[in-house]
Design a protein around this ligand. Sequence first.
Ligand code: SF4
Ligand code: SF4
Length: 172
Amino acid sequence: MAVDFEFRKQVMDYHIGSDLIKYCFQCSRCSDNCPVTKVTTDFYTTTGYNPRSNILNALLGYKDAIFDADDLTIWGCTVCDTCDEVCPQNIELTEIFTFLKNQSIANGKGPDFIFSQARAIFDSAKAIPTPKTGKDPIARRREQLGIPPVMEPDIAEFQTLLKNLGVDKKLK
Ligand code: SF4
Ligand code: SF4
């Protein structure tokens, strides 16, 4: 495994609390408490999502171990923030994981499901697009509960905002 010093510097720059005193000492508390690790890790093979390994590889500059691994390595994190809360070194793991995800997209290496989700949001201006046929289940539930309908977003305005951020160029 080769150390990429530029990548290492980027991680350290991105990590707001990057003073030496906050270095990860690999206690594994993040992985022990991570709900994704709990459901993806095979006890016997120890494969699965592992925030402790991600932090180690990121802080040491082992870029290949992160970006050349399977999608779960980066995208397994649901940003629930549990690891941030339990880390005894107050390392902001989710900040670093966000940086890794952004790098992955910038390098065109994001998984297809992320691009298709982003495309759906771009096209509909909604996190959960309205079904093209039949009654929208969210609208129906709101109606049943007597809650007023959600205001329809201005898709053109939303897309203009995203285009100004260059999001459209990143969509596959
Ligand atoms: S909880 Fe913090 S110090 Fe412990 S392994 Fe995870 S990142 Fe490192
Ligand atoms: S923020 Fe991500 S890595 Fe941290 S506990 Fe939640 S799912 Fe696991």
